[in-house]
Design a protein around this ligand. Structure first.
Ligand code: NBX
Length: 838
């Protein structure tokens, strides 16, 4: 960064602005915060100081909307959505808030007048990575859309001290580093210790009768922790709404246990603090795989109990009677992670507020909705009974009671069908006993949904079949969406300018309006502009790749991108096999005409998922060989961009030509990256899986590269005893590919390194890579041919964007509001501190 030429705050005026222009006011406020918040002057200020000064400047502008919103909601007693999620993968706030406030260009100008570059300051923000992947990012898009649609809503979650690990590559292997996102403080949050709540854990229960013979249950915990809320305002796009993201931090009720301290046991005294704070210490980095850890269950219960207690507190201040809980709050469960809420609300209503069981149960079911995000059996949460009892003894009793009543209902409905009773029970009793969280969520909710059409259908036919048969009306589909504010307006400013120049700015709030771009797909001038933007975005990404990977890539080559968590079902290794196939073709036929391609990968592997880490190693190994080989280097490049995150995603999606969405059909619930790519004008190569199907339907089959077995065909092939060896025998190229890996071509002759991966494919291939290999390679041939006709490719690219309107999270949220939550917008008039009387 250049040494800033800071204008003195007293002299105030910049080069050529009005005395009261927005840029002048921003500049003034910025310098004020540099002095009086950061306590720095330019000679000593770091980039972080400048970032923080700007962040505080923007925060001041949020607070007025936040207070106005809280005032309006409190006055109206509005019905409110409580979105319960163990993860919120927010991404950096500064740029997004500037966009939503309409101050982005003014901020850029005022910073440049001070000799500062806004992009450098934006880059200083450490993103709050409080999520693993799609599920956590979906929660972030949803709270953005809720605010934009002016729906009263609170996002409830955990303020992890350490978010998702930072991924580095060492010798081509993933190495994890702690994510210390709070290191320099967080200007976007306000602690609200006055609204702290107490949460009990462990211990046992006692029963007693009162004078009237009524039975009361007392939970005697063996420890308690304090939940302290930290609030972040969530702005709507160009409106006055600022909703709240409320994340709970765990603290010890007393920082020191003085009784222990006075005995001279300092360690013991501090220990309680350490143990308590562990609850919100770190995000579990596993996606799509559960680890039955006690701390994880305690985390889930901690934030759910805090949140429900918080709702009861709000009801009290607004004088809403307890029996109207479900009218005041619509509570959505983001997967089963917060499903313990069903038992906790029952406990709060019956044990703590003496409500009768039947009334409490009626309220509970009217309150909750449950969204499922996966069909993978290893991702379905179940807790060993013993562990559950140790952490939540009272909740286990409540779950037994819910179960007894529920199974009575099942027996009545399905006379004599004990097999069904066993299948549906909240307790799994075959072998070790478990509490089934998905069953608890189904029984305790009035609405159950999947996240794409195929996924919702498969839920009904498969994982939740019995529940669908019993309560068909509870089931529905809500196809995911993503926010166009972050994923187009912020991430792709060049495209945003071009689109708005053609059709106005309405699309940012009403994404269906992108349809108006369709005629422009035939306009050569518009196409040239579109192409130039993609090229510029690719140049920017090439700079990032050169800096971070030390690899030079050619922006005129096709950027073929797969970014997402690394998982066998997502099949990054299918792409790896295909790249080796291309490499082999080029080596055996040096004159082969081939569209030059840059393959870009990004994504984190769960630290304990060995096979996923080996897939990363395979990709980096292929890169090492291919990028160094002069015979192919003009045609093929392979890079693995470390630490895929929201921040990096914002640079990657706008630069992609081709989006790889190649999961085994029936495995990817929806996908949301697929939508971000399409909006930004990438074409998709993909299977009939998740939301790919709906994307293809929208953009047109002729503008989508389809390959592979359908979910139904996968089931049939596997049902008939799938033998991957048969596919290997029938495919010469695939045999060459496997043989190259086996013989250590990509591991300096080490034939052992990738053996587990190859053996798994040849002998089991649980995700049917071999069955889909040829179809995938053929689809890539079609892609290569299509890309060479750059006019036609551009036309298809424009049509992909123009027809992506359905995939705005605004549409998704409007459907949740209408079908599940029954909530209405509330318009917020702006309040100034001069209007307020104390
Ligand atoms: O949720 C993802 C699905 O895999 C995607 O298909 C879908 O688009 C997205 C949003 O609906 N699931 C996901 O990201 N799961 C997790 O991150 C996860 C985290 C912890 C855990 C289980 C799953 N214990």
């Amino acid at each position: 960064m250049n040494q800033p030429q800071v204008v003195s705050p007293n002299s105030g005026r910049g080069p050529d602005d009005e005395p009261d222009s927005p840029t002048r006011r921003l500049r003034h406020a910025f310098l004020h915060h540099l002095f009086y918040t950061q306590g720095k002057f330019p000679a000593l200020a770091t980039k972080t100081d400048y970032y923080l000064a700007l962040a505080h400047t923007v925060r001041d502008r949020l607070l007025q909307r936040w207070i106005s919103t809280a005032n309006e909601y409190t006055k109206n007693g509005s019905r409110t959505v409580a979105y319960l999620s163990a993860e919120f993968l927010m991404g950096p706030h500064l740029g997004n808030n500037l966009i939503n406030l309409g101050l982005f260009d003014d901020a850029r100008k005022s910073m440049s007048e001070l000799g500062l570059n806004l992009d450098d300051l934006l880059y200083e923000e450490e993103e709050p990575g409080l999520g693993n992947g799609g599920l956590g990012r979906l929660a972030a898009c949803f709270i953005d859309s809720l605010a934009t649609l002016e729906i009263p809503a609170v996002g409830y979650g955990i303020r992890y001290e350490f978010g998702i690990f930072h991924q580095t590559l060492v010798d081509g292997w993933q190495v994890e580093k702690t994510d210390k996102w709070l290191r320099y403080g967080n200007p976007w949050e306000l602690a609200r210790p006055e609204w702290s709540v107490t949460v009990k854990l462990g211990g046992h229960t006692e029963r007693m009768q009162d004078n009237s013979g009524q039975l009361h249950v007392r939970w005697v915990p063996n420890r308690t922790v304090l939940g302290v809320p930290y609030d972040t305002p969530i702005l709507g796009y160009r409106n006055n709404t600022a909703n709240t993201l409320r994340l709970w931090k765990a603290e010890a009720p007393e920082a020191f246990d003085f009784a222990v301290f006075n005995r001279g046991d300092y360690q013991g005294a501090v220990n309680q603090k350490v143990v308590s704070e562990n609850l919100s210490k770190v995000l579990y980095p596993n996606d799509e795989h559960v680890e039955g850890k006690e701390l994880r269950l305690a985390q889930q219960y901690f934030f759910v109990s805090c949140s429900l207690q918080d709702m009861l507190r709000i009801m009290k201040t607004q004088h809403v009677p307890l029996h109207e809980f479900h009218e005041k709050f619509a509570v959505q469960l983001n997967d089963t992670h917060p499903a313990i809420g069903v038992a906790e609300l029952m406990r709060l209503l019956t044990d703590e507020h003496q409500m009768h069981w039947n009334q409490a149960w009626d309220i509970t079911r009217k309150t909750f909705g449950y969204t499922n995000h996966t069909l993978l059996p290893e991702a379905l949460e179940r807790w060993p009974l013993e562990l559950f009892k140790r952490v939540l003894p009272r909740h286990l009793e409540i779950i037994y009671e819910i179960n007894a009543r529920f199974l009575d209902e099942v027996r009545q409905r399905y006379f004599g069908d004990e097999a069904r009773v066993t299948r549906m029970s909240l307790i799994e009793e075959t072998g070790e006993r478990y509490v089934r969280m998905a069953h608890l969520a189904c029984v305790g909710s009035h609405a159950i949904n999947g996240v794409a059409e195929l996924h919702s259908e498969l839920l009904k036919q498969d994982v939740l079949k019995d529940f669908h048969e019993m309560w068909p009306a509870k089931f529905g589909n809500k196809t995911n969406g993503v926010t166009p504010r972050r994923w187009i307006a912020l991430a792709n400013p060049r495209l945003t300018r071009l689109i708005s120049g053609a059709i106005g700015e309405g699309w940012i709030k009403r994404l269906e309006e992108l349809r108006q771009l369709e005629p422009f797909a035939l306009d050569p001038n518009f196409r040239a502009g579109w192409r130039e933007i993609k090229r510029a975005n690719k140049r920017d990404l090439s700079d990032v790749i050169r800096k971070r990977c030390g690899v030079a890539v050619d922006p005129s080559s096709m950027f073929d991108v797969q970014v997402k968590r690394i998982h066998e079902y997502k099949r990054q290794h299918l792409s790896a096999l295909h790249i080796i196939g291309l490499y082999h073709r080029l080596k055996t036929n040096p004159n082969l005409e081939m569209t030059p391609r840059t393959f870009i990968f990004g994504g984190k592997a769960a630290p304990g998922y060995w096979m996923a880490k080996l897939i990363i190693r395979l990709i980096t190994s292929i890169g090492e060989v291919v990028n160094r080989d002069p015979a192919v280097r003009d045609k093929l490049r392979v890079v693995f961009l470390p630490n895929f995150s929201v921040t990096n995603g914002q640079r990657i999606y706008p630069a992609a030509d081709l989006s790889e969405q190649i999961s085994t059909a029936g495995k990817e619930a929806s996908g949301t990256g697929n939508m971000k790519f399409a909006m930004n004008g990438a074409l998709t190569i993909g299977t009939m899986d998740g939301a790919n199907i709906e994307i293809r339907e929208q953009v047109g089959a002729e503008n989508f590269f389809l390959f592979g077995l359908t979910a139904h065909e996968v089931a049939t092939v596997r049902g008939n005893g799938y033998r991957p060896q048969d596919y290997l025998d029938g495919n010469a190229e695939l045999r060459e590919v496997i043989s190259l890996i086996r013989h250590g071509y990509f591991s300096r002759g080490d034939g052992e390194l990738f053996r587990p991966l190859v053996d798994s494919l040849v002998n089991h291939d649980p995700y049917c890579l071999f069955a889909d290999y040829q179809s995938y390679a053929d689809a890539h041939e079609r892609v290569g041919t299509a890309y060479r006709d750059s006019e036609d490719w551009t036309r298809m690219s424009i049509l992909n964007s123009a027809r992506s309107g359905l995939f705005s999270s605004d549409r998704t949220i409007a459907e949740y509001c209408r079908d599940i939550w029954n909530v209405q917008p509330v318009q917020v008039p702006i309040l100034s501190h001069e209007d307020v009387r104390v």
